[in-house]
Design a protein around this ligand. Structure first.
Ligand SMILES: Nc1ncnc2c1ncn2[C@@H]1O[C@H](COP(=O)(O)OP(=O)(O)OP(=O)(O)O)[C@@H](O)[C@H]1O
Ligand SMILES: O=C(O)C1=C[C@@H](O)[C@@H](O)[C@H](O)C1
Length: 262
């Protein structure tokens, strides 16, 4: 595979690379990971889940507990990276930046890194180099940034396609932002930057892509689906962030278990 890293790396790529590998030094109150058998053991004993139970969640309760929740989640996370996955237009970049700020994390976006390193827009890369080359560069970027403690990482919509990418994603907590096709269509109406949607029938294409990828997206640790709330209007970035934080809290505090991750 040819490397996308030609010449000096931008400083925001270099700094995360200096971060030591995540895992072995971590203590019992956070996450420990055994990369060989893909077992992810989470020690979860810090919280009463009932307080933040998914089903009983409501926004007024969230408002009063919000500050404490962000602090608690930060402590429990102990800088564990958070990878956002999902279809193009699901809001990974938009929500990811907001989430990072709230958790006192930094933010990276694999699409932006590829564009920055290649000095080309994604649409130009697809056109001039082809999708396969883009996927190679995407994997290379992911492997370079994978030890990023304290980062929220918005990934490209197709990152889930390669099995080898999952070995990197598994270094953190993987969150699937699941947004309906109609919402994506509304958001990306007239968008010209997503090369896979430039054909005659973008809605049909989105449906095809989603049904092919859904089993892969569902490998995430946390699945957040807008329809769970039967709401028709869009969630704001702030609401998404509160929701993700609440689901992270649940993930990190549920009774101690050993969970198989495929
Ligand atoms: N919660 C939201 N409410 C309304 N619009 C949103 C929301 N989140 C994102 N958007 C809009 O949807 C579009 C796509 O969002 P964004 O680029 O964050 O998606 P993405 O998942 O990172 O997409 P890609 O994988 O293609 O990079 C943007 O125009 C953004 O402003
Ligand atoms: O879903 C996809 O395959 C893509 C999503 C975007 O994030 C970009 O990575 C690119 O447009 C391809």
């Amino acid at each position: 595979m040819s490397s996308p890293f030609q010449g000096p790396l931008p400083t925001y790529i270099v700094s995360p690379l200096a971060v030591p590998f995540f895992g072995s030094h971590r203590n019992q109150s956070s996450l420990s990971r055994h990369s060989t058998n893909h077992v992810f053991r989470v020690c979860r004993n810090r919280h009463a889940t009932a307080t933040f139970g998914f089903k009983s969640y409501n926004w007024s309760c969230c408002q009063s507990d919000k500050v404490n929740t962000f602090v608690e989640v930060q402590q429990l996370l102990d800088k564990t990276p958070i990878y956002l996955i999902g279809m193009m237009g699901s809001g990974k970049s938009t929500v990811g930046q907001y989430l990072a700020t709230k958790l006192n994390y930094s933010f990276l976006d694999t699409d932006q890194l590829i564009e920055s390193v290649q000095q080309k827009k994604i649409s130009e890369i697809f056109e001039q180099c082809g999708e396969n080359k883009f996927r190679e560069w995407e994997s290379a970027i992911l492997s370079k940034i994978q030890p990023c403690l304290g980062y929220v990482i918005a990934t490209g919509g197709g990152i889930v396609l390669k099995d080898s990418n999952w070995s990197h994603l598994r270094n953190g907590i993987v969150v699937f932002l699941d947004v309906s096709i109609s919402t994506i269509m509304k958001r990306l109406l007239n968008d010209t930057t997503r090369p896979l949607l430039q054909g005659a029938d973008p809605q049909k294409r989105l449906k095809e892509i989603r049904s092919k990828r859904l089993p892969l997206y569902l490998r995430a640790d946390i699945h957040i689906q807008l329809n769970d709330f039967r709401m028709e209007q869009e969630f704001t970035e702030e609401q998404w962030t509160a929701l993700i934080t609440q689901r992270l809290m649940e993930f990190l505090t549920t009774t101690t278990t050993t969970t198989k991750r495929s």
